[in-house]
Ligand binder design. Structure first.
Ligand code: GRG
Length: 293
C-alpha cells in the first residue's frame, strides 16, 4: 500500500509531518532524550499517516482550513505509532523490521522502545487536551480515544483476542470481530474525529460512520492479501508473516480468490456509501485507491 499517488495526500502529508515534528521536538537537555529520539524515529518514519489524513480529509469536506483539526489528527498518529512499537516488541510479535527499517527495539533497545511507546501514548492525550478545538469537542474526542484505543471495546481488546486466537481455527465472524477492534477501531476513531470537528449534517454522519466500518474491514482484508502476495514489500521477508505466526487471516479462511472477492465487494459498498454524501468525496476516494492493490 502506498499513499504517495494522490493529490490530497501530496498536499496533506507535509502538513502532518511538520506538525508531528513540532509536537514531539528533539530536546537533548532532557534526561529522556534517547526515548524522545526513539519516539521520533518511529513517528516521523516513512508511515502512510493514514489516520491523521483520514480525520483531516473528513474535516475539510466541510471546512476549507484544516488547521483547527491538525493537532487532534496528529494525536491519532501518536496512538497508532505507539501500538506499532509495542506490537513489534519481543514479548508480542518480535519483529525486526518495520517500514523497511529496523524496528524501534532493534534500532535502540527494548527498554527504550517500551518507553517511547509509553511517551507517545501519554502525549497523544496531552496533545488532544491542549488543541484549539472547542472544549466540549476535545472532551468528547478524549473519551472516544480512550474507548476506541483501549482494552474494553477498542484496539487493545482486539490485540488481546488476537493473542488468544493464535494457533486456533476461528470463524469468519470471530475474525471480523477481532479486526474490527484491533485495526478498525482506530480507523473509526479517525473518521469520528473528522465528524466531531466538522459537525456535518446528521445524514452524512451516518454514511461516514458506515464508510469507517467498511474501510476498517477492507483495510484488513487487503493487508492479509498483501501479506501473501507481497511479503517482501510488507515485512522485508520473503515469506508471509501471518503464516510464520500461525494466524487466521481472510486468506487462510476464504482462500486467496475468496479474499480478493471479499475485498472487491467491500470496495464497492464503500464507494456506494461515499456516493451518498452531500459533498465532494474525491479526498476520501483516494483512501480507497490506496487499497486497490
Ligand atoms: C497496543 C501492543 C498494542 C497493539 C494493538 C494495532 C495493533 C494492536 C498492533 C499493530 C500491528 C498491526 C499488525 C496492526 C494491524 C493493522 C495494521 C496493518 C497496521 C499498519 O497500519 P498502516 O499500514 O501502517 O497504516 P503505516 O506503517 O503506514 O503507519
Amino acid at each position: 500500500m502506498t499513499a504517495t499517488c494522490c493529490s490530497f495526500f501530496q498536499q496533506t502529508l507535509p502538513l502532518i509531518n511538520s506538525r508531528l515534528d513540532a509536537l514531539v521536538p528533539t530536546d537533548s537537555s532532557h534526561a529522556s532524550s534517547d526515548v524522545v529520539e526513539a519516539a521520533r524515529y518511529a513517528l516521523l518514519g516513512p508511515g502512510k499517516k493514514l489516520r491523521p489524513a483520514l480525520a483531516i480529509a473528513i474535516y475539510t469536506l466541510y471546512h476549507n482550513d484544516p488547521s483547527p483539526i491538525l493537532d487532534a489528527a496528529c494525536s491519532l498518529e501518536m496512538i497508532h505509532t505507539y501500538s506499532l512499537i509495542h506490537d513489534d516488541l519481543p514479548g508480542l510479535d518480535n519483529d525486526d523490521m518495520r517500514r523497511g527499517r529496523p524496528t524501534v527495539h532493534k534500532a535502540f533497545s527494548e527498554s527504550t522502545a517500551i518507553l517511547a511507546g509509553d511517551l507517545l501514548l501519554t502525549h497523544a492525550f496531552g496533545t488532544l487536551a491542549d488543541c484549539s478545538l472547542a472544549p466540549e469537542v476535545r472532551l468528547k474526542m478524549t473519551s472516544e480515544m480512550s474507548r476506541l484505543s483501549g482494552g474494553f471495546t477498542g484496539m487493545i481488546a482486539g490485540q488481546a483476542i488476537d493473542l488468544k486466537s493464535e494457533g486456533k481455527n476461528i470463524s469468519e465472524k470471530e475474525l471480523e470481530q477481532l479486526h474490527s477492534l484491533k485495526t478498525g477501531a482506530l480507523l473509526e476513531l479517525s473518521v469520528l474525529f473528522g465528524i466531531l470537528g466538522a459537525n456535518p449534517p446528521s445524514e452524512d454522519q451516518h454514511h461516514l460512520m458506515k464508510f469507517a466500518k467498511l474501510y476498517g474491514l477492507l483495510f484488513q482484508v487487503v493487508d492479509d492479501i498483501v501479506d501473501v502476495l507481497h511479503p517482501l514489500q510488507k515485512h522485508g521477508k520473503a515469506i508471509s508473516s501471518d503464516l510464520i505466526n500461525n494466524k487466521s487471516t481472510y486468506v487462510s479462511l476464504l482462500g486467496l480468490e475468496g479474499a480478493q472477492q471479499k475485498a472487491a465487494s467491500l470496495m464497492k459498498e464503500a464507494e456506494d456509501c461515499l456516493n451518498q454524501l452531500k459533498v465532494t468525496t474525491s479526498p476520501l476516494k483516494e483512501f480507497l485507491s490506496i487499497l486497490k492493490h
